[in-house]
Design a protein around this ligand. Structure first.
Ligand code: SF4
Ligand code: SF4
Length: 56
């Protein structure tokens, strides 16, 4: 299952650089993950300062 970024996201952008497939991009009020591209590697969750990305 793809990772999803919660509303806790601070818009820091750290996860975008860590994603190996470029599935993360800036959204309107937080960063978002393209579920069709996410490989469930967990790199975004590891780098996020607030633990916003998680599996649904
Ligand atoms: Fe990218 Fe991995 Fe996070 Fe999916 S789990 S969005 S592939 S860094
Ligand atoms: Fe948001 Fe966490 Fe990604 Fe920063 S690393 S943009 S707080 S989800």
């Amino acid at each position: 299952m793809a990772y999803v970024i919660s509303d806790e996201c601070l818009n820091c952008g750290a996860c975008e650089a860590e994603c190996p497939v470029g599935a993360i991009s800036a959204g309107d009020s937080k960063y978002v993950i393209n579920a069709d591209e996410c490989l469930d590697c967990g790199a975004c969750a590891s780098v996020c300062p607030v633990g916003a990305p998680s599996q649904e």
